[in-house]
Design a protein around this ligand. Sequence first.
Ligand SMILES: NC(=O)c1ccc[n+]([C@@H]2O[C@H](COP(=O)([O-])OP(=O)(O)OC[C@H]3O[C@@H](n4cnc5c(N)ncnc54)[C@H](OP(=O)(O)O)[C@@H]3O)[C@@H](O)[C@H]2O)c1
Length: 338
Amino acid sequence: MARVAILGATGYTALELLKILARHPQAEVVAATTRQDSRLHISSIHPSLTGLFNLRCENLSPEQAGKMCDIAFCCLPHTASMEAVPQLLDAGCRVVDLSADYRLKDPGVYETWYEHVHTDPTRLSTTVYGLPEIYADKIPAAELVANPGCYTSTSILALAPLLAAKVIEPTGIIIDAKSGISGAGRTPKLSNLFSECNESVTAYSIGKHRHTPEIEQVLGDVGGSEVQVAFNPHLMPMDRGIFCSIYPRLIGQHTQAELLSIFRSFYAGQPFIRVVDHIPTTKDVSYTNFCDITVRFNRDQLVIFAAIDNLIKGASGVAVQNMNLMLGLDQRMGMLSC
Ligand SMILES: NC(=O)c1ccc[n+]([C@@H]2O[C@H](COP(=O)([O-])OP(=O)(O)OC[C@H]3O[C@@H](n4cnc5c(N)ncnc54)[C@H](OP(=O)(O)O)[C@@H]3O)[C@@H](O)[C@H]2O)c1
């Protein structure tokens, strides 16, 4: 039985993590941290967990939490994670970090996009990027796994097979991405108030969204050459879900059936990728660890469609997939199949 600590346990990704771990037969949550001193029971912070855990949220230091567990999930904002992760690793546990702090290999790129100097830069080159469908061979031995971003996972999973097969151009890719409000976390922000975003759709962070370099880094690795994407995120008036419509430039002539067959070969044996014939919806993947993908032609333009649940396949589901691989377990353990 693996002992698990969750840092930042009052947030949304932590809640989804706790729900998955409540039904995980090989993991026991031994610590849940907060900056608050009230030692509240986890079910008073997350009422949906009532009756599932005998656990209080405590103001533990990363060092204290790290000493109590075999594996720690860092559900903290970026910049807070890079302070906690070195202390957790020094305390002797392994770490899955859900923040963006360890996803980019180059500290200069991190500084440019996150406008913050990285305080643990030497660890970046050795951290394993936690997208199991691409890096399953590296995750089992990793001490630190950088869990991917939610937009990032959707975009990478939708593009990787065609880039690897070299049937699309690595540049000039347009990603039209849409996210539910929970993608911004539970920490209150004016722009995420119900009255600000209900019955409204808008684009944001055009040309400067921080998932851009992450998508380009991983897809460059997969395709073997530099990738450039125009990533356009939109905020949707819904709780959860990510939907991407992606417009790459095709190299040569390929039918829809041929392209779907490339996807099916690439993801053969992957339990959480469904290459479907219908156009995916966020509802069909809600509360699951699935990523649904398909392709269509609109006149001569290839369009790839992909959907995930941002809090599960985009965060806590893939985090448990990573933990399972790190512990030598079946990556499906604890996950709901529908
Ligand atoms: N939401 C998503 O869909 C999603 C998807 C993929 C990745 N992520 C990433 O996962 C991480 C957690 O996201 P989330 O949505 O769970 O965020 P969240 O709901 O805002 O929760 C983050 C928690 O971290 C704690 N915290 C906040 N600021 C802190 C600080 N400066 N130092 C220490 N603790 C701090 C807070 O707990 P206390 O106030 O109780 O201390 C808060 O509840 C983020 O890095 C996010 O970018 C989120």
